[in-house]
Design a protein around this ligand. Structure first.
Ligand code: HEM
Length: 549
């Protein structure tokens, strides 16, 4: 028996290999032919080569960019190279990426996310699963998504979040302390890890009422999260060892286990406090996102447990959702905090206006800003210029975008009447390209918070639907109010006390070494790199100075 298997094995392996090679070439032929046929029909795309597709164009562009640049800058670079292409076009990078339809125009984005919300790109689920456990709002669909979105919505409402401001300020105080420490040292510090840990502390506090203190101490949960982020894979990495790393499944399983254990423990203790001891309070002040979600869940469903323990259906999905909030929430908000500091320090006029606004609304003593906000959280709503700074930061450096799966029979209609089939394509609402489009944004690469303050009719006034950092439609970001609140609060409590200047020159002298190649994208050294969301290159090296008063 074993000798028969031994004799057949090489032949079977060869057959398997041959099948894979044939499958590859069939797919190769189909993909290239489809693009060729679309090209002949006059559908928009860069000139398409029958064998190389758009690989030559993409490699030419990537050759001019830093090697670690985030892929979401690519459509904007293509548009700059081919100004007559338009802002909706097909892109063929197969086999390095799926066949794509890039959508970088508000009307077309409206068609795929609002008037008809295409499902999330199917491979996103596989990418997110190790991070979230699979039952997450980002990749759920249809009625399952709707049920859980309704359950979690109340905890993310603006009114509820305002009640959490005093709690969030505890984490802000620690961030201020960390900046103070950084100002005393002689080293250049990387702001990105600091900002991410701040956001992580905040999301754990508002979701679970947990004082994680990842900013100051080492947290096993935070370490597991960071490790898990590094092991995520879309399965299309050019480096085959990275793509098929043999340790990935084991490492992902281990990190997920650590995250689950931590959240389950926190969740149960939250449940004990609020429910078994019958302390459900109508005071919303110290109530977390999970408290409100459980309340909505219990009011709408029959629990699966009759005992005094946490309902198991709720517990399983809640753990997954909290892992999602922690991942989606800390990463993108941390990046936005960094970019806000970077842009404020490189735009003195914006900085002056921020300081004026904070003096006016939060009182003349910067050291009292935290106490003032603790007493009157609603002052945050009056920080109009600060809000404009955050919106403009998100315009220039959106940390994420939306990828959808095209559907058979669903076409995007262009203004000239052309119909673009979406079936079989990754349909990519690319906020980076929309936000840098000179047709929509005069001086697209300049930081101009005043865009958000001018009257309708003014040249700078944003075109409707052209600012999409959180996407629109039913699948928009559930955490957008929290993210805006956090970044505004950080600016309100720090800008008058610290100068945080990016220090790339110094950093590069020490770390760039003999590396060749470009360090800039659109003239910017703080270009975005992929690390979960889009983060500033090198983690934004900075020098922090305390301002004497
Ligand atoms: C600056 C910060 C943030 C940005 C730029 C951002 C951006 C986005 C974008 C573009 C989407 C749509 C993704 C898609 O269509 O595939 C999204 C969805 C989502 N975001 Fe955020 N996000 C931020 C902060 C947060 C925070 C703080 C949380 C939670 C605490 C969060 C949780 C989520 C969730 C759960 C979804 C999926 C919503 C659904 O499909 O129902 N995000 N976010």
């Amino acid at each position: 028996m074993s000798t028969t298997i031994g004799r057949l094995a090489p032949g079977l392996c060869l057959l398997l290999l041959l099948t894979q090679v044939i499958k590859f070439f069939v797919k190769f032929y189909q993909v290239r032919q489809r693009f060729q046929s679309f090209q002949k029909q006059g559908l928009p795309m860069p000139p398409h080569h029958p064998i190389l597709g758009h690989l030559l164009l993409v490699s030419k562009i990537m050759g001019t960019l830093p090697s670690d640049v985030h892929g979401h800058v690519l459509p904007n670079q293509i548009e700059q190279l081919l100004p007559n292409l338009g802002s909706v076009f097909y892109l063929d990078t197969w086999p390095f990426g799926p066949p794509m339809l890039v959508v970088a125009n508000p009307d077309a984005c409206y068609q795929i996310t609002q008037s008809h919300s295409l499902p999330k790109y199917h491979a996103l689920r596989k990418y997110m699963e190790p991070m979230t456990g699979g039952k997450d709002l980002v990749t759920m669909e249809a009625s399952e998504w709707k049920t859980w979105r309704n359950i979690f919505n109340p905890g993310f409402s603006s009114a509820h979040l305002m009640t959490l401001v005093p709690d969030i300020l505890k984490d802000m105080s620690r961030f201020v302390e960390r900046l103070q420490e950084a100002s005393k040292g002689s080293e250049v510090v990387r702001l990105d890890p600091m900002a991410n840990m701040l956001s992580l502390d905040i999301i754990c506090r508002v979701a679970l009422d947990t004082d994680l203190n990842a900013q100051q101490g080492s947290s096993d949960f935070a370490s597991a999260l960071r490790r898990q982020t590094r092991w995520l894979s879309f399965g299309n990495e050019a480096n085959l060892f990275t793509r098929y790393h043999p340790l990935r499944p084991m490492m992902q399983w281990w990190n997920a286990r650590q995250m689950n254990q931590f959240i389950a423990q926190e969740l149960n203790s939250r449940f004990d406090i609020n429910h078994t001891k019958e302390k459900v309070s109508t005071d919303r002040r110290s109530r977390t996102i999970i408290d409100l979600a459980l309340e909505t869940y219990l009011s709408e469903t029959t629990p699966t447990n009759s005992s005094g323990s946490l309902d198991s259906t709720f517990q399983n999905v809640a753990i997954s959702q909290i892992r999602t909030f922690v991942f989606a929430g800390h990463d993108s908000t941390g990046s936005t905090i960094c970019y806000a500091f970077h842009l404020v320090s490189t735009n003195p006029s914006a900085r002056r206006q921020l300081v004026d606004e904070h003096n006016r609304i939060l009182g003349p003593d910067p050291e009292q800003a935290i106490a003032r906000l603790r007493e009157e959280p609603h002052l945050l709503k009056r920080l109009v210029f600060t809000t404009a700074v955050v919106k403009e930061t998100l315009r220039l450096y959106p940390p994420a975008s939306s990828t959808r799966s095209g559907e058979s029979g669903f076409n995007i209609r262009l203004s000239d009447g052309r119909q673009l089939p979406t079936a079989g394509f990754l349909v990519w609402s690319n906020s980076y390209a929309i936000h840098r489009d000179p047709v929509l944004w005069p001086q697209p690469n300049s930081f101009l918070p005043e865009r958000w303050l001018v009257e309708e009719g003014h040249d700078l006034h944003p075109v409707k639907g052209s600012h999409r950092p959180f996407e629109f439609g039913p699948r928009n970001c559930i955490g957008q109010e929290l993210a805006m609140l956090e970044v505004k609060m950080v600016l309100a409590v720090t800008v008058r006390r610290f100068q945080v200047r990016s220090a790339y020159d110094e950093w590069d002298r020490l770390h760039w070494g003999n590396r060749s190649g470009s360090k800039m994208v659109n003239g910017e050294r703080a270009y975005p790199v992929l690390d979960g969301a889009a983060h500033p290159s090198e983690g934004l090296p900075c020098r922090v100075e305390m301002i004497a008063h």
